[in-house]
Design a protein around this ligand. Sequence first.
Ligand code: NAP
Length: 328
Amino acid sequence: MTEILMPVRLSDSIAATLASRYTLHRLWEAKDQQTLLADIAPRIEAIVTAGSILASGMSFMVDAAFIQRFPKLKLIANHGVGYDTIDAAFAATRGIMVTNTPDVLTEETADTAFGLVLNTVREFPAAERYLRAGQWLGGPYRLTASLRGNTMGILGLGRIGKAIAKRGEAFGLRIAYCGRSQQADVDYPYYATPQALAAACDILVVAAPGGVQTRNIIDAEVLKALGPRGFLINIARGTLVDEPALIAALRDGTIAGAGLDVFAQEPKVPDAFLSLDNVVLLPHVGSASIETRQAMADLLIANVDAYATGGQLLTPVAECMLARPPEQ
Ligand code: NAP
C-alpha cells in the first residue's frame, strides 16, 4: 500500500480519507519526529502538505534537504495554489511531481480580496467599531474615500488577479497590472515594475506568488510611489511585503491604508498592525469557505489517487510540467 507522509495537520476529513485508502503517517502527532522519519522515510512515496497551514498554525518547509530524505518519493501534493513552502524546482530535477489546487479557490479568494478593498477604502470595520463603542450618538462617522473613478493596480494578473480585476471593473475601477512580462491577450495597461504600477494606481492589490523571487517586492519605495491617498491590499503571501516598511508607511501617512489577509510570520501578526486604525486585518481566510475548502480537499485527494493508480495527475505545477510522469 502507498505510504504517505503528512508533515503538518490538514483537515481531519482529508486525513481520514487518505488513511482509509493508504498508509498515512501523521508527522505532527509523533512524540519523536526524527525517530519516526528515520523509520518511515525509505518507504514514503507521497507527501501531502499545505503552504499556509490550516489547523496547526505552523508552516513546514518541504525544501531540498527534506525531499532528499525520501528515496522513493514521487509526489508532493499541496493543499492550496501557493506552493512557496515546497522546493518544486528541486523536486522536478529528481522526477518528483508537485501538485497544487488551482482554479477551485480563485473566485473565493477574489471575493476576499474585494471584501478587503471595500473594508479598507470605505473603513467599514472602523465604522462598526465606532457604532459599537456608542460614538455614533455623538455624531456621524467621518467621510471616507470612494472606489469609483480610481485605478486598481494588480501585481500578479494570474487566475486570482484576473478575477479581482473583473470585480474591480464592476465597481467602476480602472485596472492596470504588473507581472514579469506583458500578457498579449490582456488590454489593461501594463507596468514593468511594482513601483511604476504603484505610481499609476490608487489601490495596489498583491496577487503574485510568494517565494524568494518576490520577497519584499513591496518595499518602502513602492509604498512611497503609491502615495498618501493610496491603499495596499495583500491576499498573496506576507513575504511579498516588507512589513516594517509598511508599518512605517501606515504610521506616517506615506499611504492611506492597507488590507491584509496574509503575514510574513503567520499566525503571528506584528503588534504594530494591531494598534493601527488604518489597516484591516484578516487571519488568512482567502479561500476559507466550507465549499471551497471541500473543493480543494477533493482536488488534493484526486491527485494522490491519480498517482496511486498510475493515472494522470490533475494539476501538476509549472516546474513539473516538463518532467516525466513518476514511475510506479
Ligand atoms: P497564478 O495564476 O499563477 O498567477 C500568479 C501571477 O503572478 C501570474 O500572473 C504571474 O504573471 C505573476 N507573477 C509571478 N511571478 C511574479 C513576479 N516575480 N513578479 C510579478 N508577478 C509575478 O496564481 P493564482 O492562482 O492567481 O494565485 C496567486 C497567489 O495567490 C498564489 O501563489 C498564492 O500564494 C496566493 N493565494 C492566497 C490565498 C489566500 O488565502 N490569501 C488563496 C489563494 C492563493 P507572470 O508569469 O507574467 O509574471
